[in-house]
Design a protein around this ligand. Structure first.
Ligand code: ATP
Ligand code: MG
Length: 651
């Protein structure tokens, strides 16, 4: 059991939990690991040189003159360098012995599967790049992509990169309004979509939704439609084109368009957990260097690994650790179209077994769902091919970490808990497998070359305790701005301290310099003079056998300033009666202290989450304080909110 003790206050946030468990890497893993301890020392000596060394492992048309030009908040990496990312991700593999290696093993939700070798992927990308050119797309033009998780999604993004067009992927589950807003924000000229897609056995009518969006998108001149099924659609002559028809006419080779290292590669909108999504701009040379190096060392990829990152390409995780990172490393990877519980709750484990997945990367929300479904589902499958596990997206509760370690990893696989954001482009805090000892709930240490600190409001460093997470020197994959909104860029990330990046998250640091991300600063609760992070209270609750998931928000309180209101999802058919309420309140008080004793417990059949699976506490707070609901456009299932509201009003 983890030990918990009273509060130590520092910086801006109290720390309530002390997790004592620690897992050292096995000597066997260490012996074969890509990462070595010396990476930290080398990187610390000269971090710009470290990243330059990483960049030299990629293909450049023209070498850079200067590693970094930095005038906060503007960074230029690999100044004067010219490249095309697809040469690192495709061309070099064709010529260096990976021509017939599987690049992508794709499985559709209804069951079909396709394997694309590097050569096949290369040919598709070249052809589609020619299609884009035929449709008048040029370097710098914006192309919106609204596709299911099918190989053409990867082909489309890489084809844009081949000709220097800027892609913007909009998650296929978003509504017509969300698609419209993103297209118009960017002034996209072309939309790539599909007739439809599959999700949980249902058909997602992508083209229909795209048509609704396009009523109001004056900049879009053409639409390319991938035929995924036999779905009905309206075809607008002159504007709409079938992907397969265009591909038949296209030449098989498209010379890469070389761009400046600082040329924008893509714009991607954040998840919208805290408010209106921001269009984050990423550029070419630095971004590729960051995702290439982190993929190599964090996921420890070897020639015969099978890597599976379960994220949708609609999120940054899918960009960095599906499209760009693994291909830049010449890896074999799995891509899956559908839901983890279709047709049964062991679909993921079936895929792991069928393709011999060895490195698996998913999100805490998925892990908590697997826990809820029960260990008999993974128990039905041979998971012995797995050798490394990863997680990203939210703080992982120590209980969920332990479950992942024991049930999925069979206690043999290191876990990399990776902290990063759409804005950072690539992993920033992470263990190096084979090097770093892990602690459940801690993302551990900054990646080599990255410098991060915990600061207080005045920018003073907190050496042991809680405060704000801060990135104190530039990194190659850093965002170069918010599309069309310089003011929001400066205000959101660069105005808290001078020349230091503020990610918006709270964290604590322990005596071994390990970092523990505590969640968003916006979610911190001020109660009776203490500043409490939602993460610690939620993690304590999840440890109780009756609780599957929990979300904590602050509500105004006469004496304490704020009190804790807790929304809980319960195991099985349990009812939140008076007895259980009292037990849960006592449980929290005992685990982490009386100041964290919840004032209110509210039953939630499910929690409101973004479409990328993150808990949207701000909407729960709106319910608990009787406010009008804020931006709900990124909410996965609006029904959940109404159900919770009904329970709240009953209480
Ligand atoms: P928005 O910025 O629109 O509110 P978002 O922050 O959820 O949305 P993302 O960029 O997808 O959008 O998510 C990044 C955030 O996710 C981080 O700032 C952090 O709060 C959380 N996060 C990601 N990985 C981890 C992790 N390993 N541990 C803790 N928190 C994490
Ligand atoms: Mg964010």
């Amino acid at each position: 059991m983890p030990a918990r003790k009273g509060t130590t206050s520092a910086g801006g946030i109290d720390t309530l939990m002390t997790e004592k468990r620690k897992f050292k890497p096995s000597t066997k893993f260490t012996a074969q690991a890509n990462g070595k301890k010396s990476l930290y020392t080398t990187a610390n000596k000269d971090y710009v040189k470290f990243w330059e060394d990483m960049a030299s492992e990629l293909v450049w048309k023209k070498k850079w003159r200067e590693g970094l030009k930095w005038k906060a908040p503007d960074a230029k990496w690999f100044v004067g360098g010219k490249l095309n990312v697809t040469e690192s991700c495709l061309d070099r593999h064709i010529h260096n012995g990976r021509k017939n290696k599987a690049a992508l093993i794709w499985e559709g939700e209804p069951g079909s599967h396709r394997t694309l070798t590097y050569f096949e992927l290369y040919r598709q990308v070249n052809k589609f790049a020619n299609v884009l050119k035929m449709l008048g797309i040029k370097k710098g033009d914006r192309v919106a992509i609204y596709l299911p998780m099918i190989p053409e999604l990867m082909v489309s993004t890489l084809a844009c990169a081949r000709i220097g067009a800027i892609h913007s992927v909009v998650f296929g589950g978003f509504s017509p309004e969300s698609l419209r807003d993103r297209i118009n924000d960017l002034g996209a000229k072309l939309l790539i979509t599909a007739d439809g897609g599959y999700r949980r056995g249902q058909i997602v009518p992508l083209k229909h939704d795209a048509d609704v969006a396009l009523h109001d998108c004056p900049t879009v001149e053409d639409v390319v439609i991938v035929k995924r099924g036999d779905f009905l659609l309206r075809f607008k002559e002159g504007r709409d084109h079938w992907f397969h028809r265009l591909m038949q006419e296209a030449d098989a080779y498209c010379p890469p368009v070389y761009v400046d290292a600082e040329h924008p590669l893509f714009v991607l909108y954040t998840s919208g957990t805290t408010g209106k999504p921001k269009g984050i701009v990423h550029t070419t040379g630095g971004y590729l260097t960051g995702v290439y190096a982190t993929t190599k060392y964090v996921f420890d990829l070897k020639e015969d690994d099978v890597f599976w990152c379960t994220a949708d390409v609609g999120w940054v995780t899918g960009h960095s650790y599906l499209v760009y990172g693994p291909t830049a490393n010449g890896a074999t990877q799995v891509m899956y179209e559908g839901a983890p519980d279709w047709p049964d709750q062991d679909r993921f484990w079936e895929i792991v077994e069928d393709y011999g997945v060895s490195v698996f990367y998913t999100a805490p929300t998925a892990i908590r769902a697997f826990m809820k479904w029960g260990k008999h589902w993974p128990g039905r499958h041979d998971l012995s091919s797995l050798r490394l596990l990863g997680t990203v997206g939210e703080p992982i509760n120590p209980e969920a970490w332990m479950w992942y370690h024991e049930v999925i990893g069979n206690k043999r696989c290191p876990i990399v808990d990776t902290w990063w954001q759409t804005e950072t482009g690539h992993i920033m805090i992470t263990p190096l497998p084979g090097v770093t000892a892990t602690k459940p709930g801690s993302a551990t240490l900054p990646f080599p070359g990255i410098e991060m600190k915990i600061l207080d409001d005045d920018g003073k460093e907190v050496k042991n305790g809680g405060g704000y997470l801060a990135i104190t020197r530039p990194w190659p994959g850093m965002l170069r701005g918010i599309w069309g909104d310089r003011k929001r860029f400066v205000e959101t990330y660069w105005s808290k301290w001078d020349g230091i990046y503020f990610p918006g998250d709270g964290a604590k640091v322990d005596s071994e310099k390990y970092l523990w991300v505590l969640g968003r600063v916006d979610d911190v609760i001020n109660t009776a003079g203490h500043r409490i992070s939602t993460m610690e209270v939620e993690s304590a609750l999840v440890e109780h056998e009756a609780v599957v998931e929990a979300a904590v928000v602050g509500v105004p309180h006469e004496l304490k300033g704020e009190a804790l209101a807790v929304f809980v999802t319960l195991a099985g058919d349990l009812e939140l009666d008076q007895k259980l309420r009292a037990r849960l309140k006592d449980f929290v008080a005992r685990k982490i202290g009386a100041i964290a004793r919840p004032e209110q417990l509210i039953f939630a059949p499910d929690l409101p989450k973004t479409r990328s699976g993150k808990i949207m506490r701000r909407l729960l707070k709106d319910i608990a304080t009787g406010k009008v609901l804020g931006d709900t456009t990124t909410l996965a299932d609006p029904d959940v909110l109404y159900q919770i509201k009904a329970h709240y009003e009953e209480d």
